[in-house]
Structure formats: structure tokens, C-alpha cells
Design a protein around this ligand. Structure first.
Ligand SMILES: C[S@@+](CC[C@H](N)C(=O)[O-])C[C@H]1O[C@@H](n2cnc3c(N)ncnc32)[C@H](O)[C@@H]1O
Ligand SMILES: Nc1nc2[nH]cc(C(=O)O)c2c(=O)[nH]1
Ligand code: SF4
Ligand SMILES: [Mg+2]
Length: 257
């Protein structure tokens, strides 16, 4: 059972057996985190238990769309990208789906390196080679002024759900992990420091600063141009790692990149 199961699951209709709601499946370079630049197949599931105002995958969270794919068909499409040996399972929040585990098991059996991009509110037992955890800060909350769709109807639910220390501690203890924070500005740093202290006292394993990454918020080149230097300097000031958003630098906000 997941540590936290406040899931807004998209039903997997039409298909018998293990299946997932898939928003997009594409081959690209890992654009974020320690494996930046690695050729990887991305499987993006639809549905999320949070609603970050800045979500760069709007059609998996605010207005989710998907095709239901059997896990067998997903694996076949992954294998069609001959040169890739890394798979990134993302979303939406991929760990709201029970069959994410089935997919990860099949990929692991085939020898793929698996990264799971997760908001860190749900823990599952699965063969995950890199848990790429992006805990959501207060600056992600869709207040009425920032809500991309409505009038702040999701703000309270998002606030209640965005941090689950037990899930974060279990993910860090069970997997090779990186903590990747979306930074909107210097005001985010005190919260990152205090959250890290809490996760460090919850988790049994050590979390070195080199596993903590600061990533500038921005879905377009222009937005990143305005923010990346400030975030890079914050990384130097606090001793954390900086991660670019290589895919945005290369392809801006094009889909399937
Ligand atoms: C769309 S999320 C899907 C995985 C999971 N729901 C999560 O949030 O980690 C993939 C990654 O994009 C990041 N992200 C989403 N919107 C962003 C934005 N506007 N600027 C920078 N990073 C963003 C998330 O923090 C996460 O690391
Ligand atoms: N190229 C590329 N790298 C990524 N790393 C994490 C992504 C995500 O959306 O989870 C992502 C993405 O959408 N594209
Ligand atoms: S948790 Fe991830 S997928 Fe969900 S709204 Fe936030 S950034 Fe988007
Ligand atoms: Mg993305």
C-alpha cells in the first residue's frame, strides 16, 4: 500500500489487465537533475493529487487528458526506441497509479534504468533506480491570484497534501534519490532549509547537499532567462546543486520534448 493514498486517480478504462492513462510517450534527453543529458524514453501518465499553479504539464493536472494504454503496449513502445536504456516515468503524479509498479517491474526485468519523477507525497515499493523527488513549496500553491483555471478552489487541498514527511522519508530511505526543488526566488530558500531539516530527521539515511538540487521555475526560455542566474547564485550561496532545464533551453515549451 502507498504510504499516502490521497490519489485523484484517472480510471484506466477500455483495457483488460495492467494499464495506465498515458498523456504522452516520447524519446528525448533527460532535461533535469543529475542525469541531465541522458537519452531517455519518457512515459507521462495523466492525473495528479496536487495542483501547482506553475505546472508545466497542464494536461495531466488541471485539465487531464489521456489514452489508456496497457502496460504491455507501453513497454513495446518504449522498446521501439532502440538506443534508449533509460526510462523516465513522470506525470502528472505517476505514483497515484497502482499499475505504475507493474510497468516499473517489467522495465526493470528488461534491464532499463528507471527514473521516477514524483512530488514525494506517495511511496510505493517498486524497482526505481532514481527517485527524482520534487517536494512542493508554499510558492507552488494555486492561490486565487495564481490559479491558472479557477478561483483558488484547489488551494486548501494542495496545501494539505503537498508535504508528507513519512512518504518523503521512506522514498529517500528506500531509493537512490535526488531532491529537486522548483525555485521561484530567494524567499523559497528558508522553507527548503527547514523542510530538509525535517526530512533529514525523519529519514534513516544521510542526505548530502549534493543530492539537493535547485531548479529555476519557468516553462519557457524567456521565463528561464529571467530567473536562472538568480537560482544559480542561490545554489552557490547555500551549497546545493543547480540543475538547468535543458529541454526548455533546447526546445522551449514544445510538446513531447
Ligand atoms: C510535471 S512534474 C511531474 C512529476 C511530479 N508530479 C512532480 O511534480 O515531481 C515534472 C517535474 O517538472 C517540475 N516542474 C513543473 N512545472 C515546472 C515549472 N513551471 N518550472 C520548473 N519546474 C517545473 C516538477 O517540479 C517536477 O520536477
Ligand atoms: N526532456 C525532458 N526532461 C524531463 N525531466 C523531467 C521531465 C518531466 O516532465 O518530468 C522532463 C520533460 O518533460 N522533458
Ligand atoms: S505535482 Fe507535478 S504534475 Fe502535479 S501539479 Fe505539481 S508539477 Fe504538475
Ligand atoms: Mg516536464
Amino acid at each position: 500500500m502507498p504510504v499516502s493514498s490521497t490519489a485523484d486517480e484517472q480510471p484506466a478504462d477500455d483495457v483488460d489487465g495492467a494499464a495506465l492513462p498515458v498523456n504522452e510517450l516520447f524519446y528525448s534527453l533527460q532535461g533535469e537533475g543529475k542525469l541531465t543529458g541522458t537519452p531517455s524514453v519518457f512515459v507521462r501518465t495523466s492525473g495528479c493529487n496536487l495542483r501547482c499553479w506553475f505546472c508545466d504539464s497542464y494536461h495531466t493536472s488541471w485539465e487531464p487528458t489521456h489514452a489508456t494504454m496497457s502496460v504491455d503496449d507501453i513497454v513495446e513502445e518504449v522498446q521501439s526506441h532502440d538506443d534508449a536504456d533509460h526510462v523516465v516515468l513522470t506525470g502528472g503524479e505517476p505514483l497515484i497509479h497502482d499499475d505504475a509498479v507493474t510497468l516499473l517491474e517489467q522495465l526493470d526485468d528488461l534491464g532499463y534504468h528507471t527514473t521516477v519523477e514524483t512530488n514525494g507525497t506517495i511511496h510505493r515499493d517498486a524497482p526505481i533506480d532514481l527517485a527524482s523527488i520534487s517536494p512542493k513549496l508554499a510558492s507552488s500553491t494555486p492561490t486565487p491570484e495564481k490559479d491558472p483555471k479557477g478561483d483558488g478552489e484547489w488551494a486548501d487541498r494542495h496545501e494539505e497534501r503537498r508535504i508528507d514527511l513519512d512518504a518523503l522519508g521512506a522514498l529517500v530511505d528506500d531509493y537512490n534519490a535526488q531532491l529537486k526543488f522548483v525555485v521561484t526566488g530567494p524567499d523559497d530558500l528558508p522553507e527548503i532549509e527547514s523542510l530538509l531539516a525535517d526530512v533529514r530527521s525523519t529519514a534513516a539515511s544521510r542526505i548530502p547537499d549534493s543530492d539537493v538540487l535547485l531548479m529555476p521555475e519557468g516553462t519557457t526560455r524567456d521565463e528561464l532567462d529571467a530567473r536562472r542566474n538568480e537560482v544559480a547564485e542561490l545554489a552557490m550561496e547555500y551549497g546545493y546543486r543547480y540543475t538547468p532545464r535543458l529541454h526548455v533551453d533546447l526546445w522551449n515549451d514544445a510538446p513531447e520534448t
